[in-house]
Ligand binder design. Structure first.
Ligand code: NAP
Length: 474
């Protein structure tokens, strides 16, 4: 068991109260971290505001160097970080390693993007009033950013906020998820070693309702960047006041399998997309719409592949699925399965729970009024639903309060374009599932899935203000 300090104003500090961090598989307490309160949040924001006055002047090449050094240090400490993610988030080892590699890349992309933040000229003489004037705009950092992150990617979703913020000359106060704070503290060690000036990055740990809301309502914070549930996202829009806000929220992601699809390629990818990280990914595959002519074959092969998954301790290198984040969440998911079955769904595979571990579960004959279909399931549960025409399938995908990403398997160019034109989502993945993401692409959702986009360059746009310059030569 390790006792951590938290990082504020470039100092490592303790507090009176601590939070236990638990190994999500064994239940063992693996660390104690300092619990913040409103006073400490205000102190962290003050430190970030003070640091901004100097940091905004740091040349781009120096910010880039710090980010590159941080990326290298993530790589050097990759085993330690992967083990931390594996234990504090319960994420299977292979996916924890994958997350560290992505965190490295996110910092690398940010070190590159730091060198190309620029505005453009404005043709002033397009208006009679602008003749004889030169106009251009530049992008400038906003100031203190408040970042709030979820449990499911304790490194890479923190990286998606912290790295673009540093790249663009902002300072940050981070509130990581209370259940997975250790990785964020390791990142603070890394950024300190990489030469980030004191006060640019600060970490406050504690319950969302208290610590998170203190950050969101602090008037010195210029922007909130939040990743988490739609429920909390909605609350933040009500309390933030006049601040820019980026919300990366949930989804009940769908993928369509047309009858011309190569299902032997699609099935392993769909299985992985449904059950990676025990289905606790914002773009986890939750609804699979399969053309009626191939639905039996698809379901049979999908069920076979699901039965082969190894469920158990995430630290074992060949484990496919570990536990869910907590037992209440696993119980909630089990309840939703029972409800679906009571309402007429067929349980094809799984459905059993032991503590935090829910077996990968495949349902068929589900309908849109069941919670496993219409709400974000965020658990290893997937529904296979038959459809008749491709147009129907597109409508089913859109029949959702959410709109983050969707996938389609087909080689028919007309159907592909029909889907691109008609799906109300932030990303359409052709011949892949909803889960595809690399860290430099624009990423974010429509409808209840959020506001704004991440993906380093796009996050930088949301973390900078446009400043217009006009020079009168008349
Ligand atoms: P969550 O319950 O919404 O929590 C996310 C963060 O918000 C945590 O740090 C939490 O703190 C904090 N929080 C809770 N209540 C708050 C409040 N009233 N004010 C300020 N902060 C508050 O979400 P989660 O269970 O950790 O993560 C799962 C959700 O995140 C899913 O809906 C998933 O789809 C979404 N997600 C979206 C993306 C994306 O990029 N679109 C990526 C990953 C996950 P505590 O930990 O202390 O509760």
């Amino acid at each position: 068991m390790k006792e951590f300090k938290t990082y504020i104003g470039g100092e490592w500090v303790s507090t009176n109260k601590t939070i236990d961090v638990i190994d999500k598989y064994s239940g063992e307490v693996i660390a104690k971290v300092p619990k913040a309160d409103k006073k400490l949040v205000d102190k962290a924001v003050d430190a970030a505001a003070e640091a901004f006055e100097e940091f905004k002047k740091m040349p781009a090449y120096q910010r880039s160097e710090i980010l590159e050094k941080a990326a290298d240090l993530i790589k050097e400490r990759s085993d330690e970080i992967a083990e931390t993610i594996c234990r504090e988030a319960g994420k299977a080892w292979k996916y924890s390693v994958g997350e560290v590699n992505r965190g490295f890349e996110t910092f690398k992309f940010a070190s590159e993007e730091a060198k190309r933040i620029h505005g453009e000229t404005v043709p002033m003489d397009a208006s009679a009033g602008g003749v004889g004037r030169v106009g251009y705009y530049i992008r400038v950092p906003m100031g203190v950013l408040g970042a709030i992150t979820p449990f499911n990617f304790p490194l890479n979703l923190v990286a998606h906020k912290v790295a673009p913020a540093i790249a663009s000359g902002n300072t940050i106060v981070l509130k990581p998820a209370s259940s997975t704070p250790i990785t964020a503290l390791i990142l603070a060690e890394i950024l300190e070693e990489a030469g980030l000036p004191k006060g640019v990055f600060n970490v406050v740990i504690g319950p969302g309702g208290e610590v998170g809301e203190s950050l969101v309502t602090n008037d010195k914070v210029r922007k909130i960047t939040f990743t988490g549930s739609a429920k909390v996202g909605h609350r933040l829009t009500q309390i933030a006041g006049i601040k820019r806000i980026t919300l990366e929220l949930g989804n009940n992601s769908a993928t369509i399998i047309e009858k011309d699809a190569d299902i032997d390629k699609a099935i392993p990818r769909c299985v992985d997309s449904a059950f990676a990280n025990s289905g606790q990914v914002c773009i986890s595959l939750q609804r699979i719409y399969v053309h009626k002519d191939i639905a039996d074959e698809f379901t049979e092969k999908f069920a076979e592949a699901t039965k082969k998954l190894k469920v158990g301790n995430p630290v074992e290198k060949d484990t496919d699925l570990g536990p869910m984040i907590d037992e209440n969440e696993a119980k909630r998911a089990e309840e939703w399965i029972k409800e679906a079955v009571n309402m007429g769904a067929e349980l094809v595979v799984g459905g059993k729970r032991e503590g935090r571990v829910l077996q990968p579960t495949v349902l068929r004959n589900t309908t849109k009024d069941m919670r496993v279909m219409c709400m974000e399931v965020f658990a290893p549960i997937v529904s296979i639903v038959e459809y008749d025409t491709f147009e129907d399938a597109i409508q089913h995908v859109n029949d959702s309060d959410y709109g983050l990403q969707a996938g389609i398997y087909t080689n028919d160019i007309r159907k592909i374009h029909y889907a691109i034109d008609n799906l109300d989502v932030g990303g359409v993945m052709i011949n892949d599932t909803s889960i595809f993401r690399v860290d430099h692409m624009p990423y974010g959702g429509n409808k209840m899935s959020g506001i704004g986009r991440e993906g380093v360059r796009f996050a930088i746009e949301e973390m900078t203000n446009i400043k217009m310059v006009m020079i009168n030569l008349n």
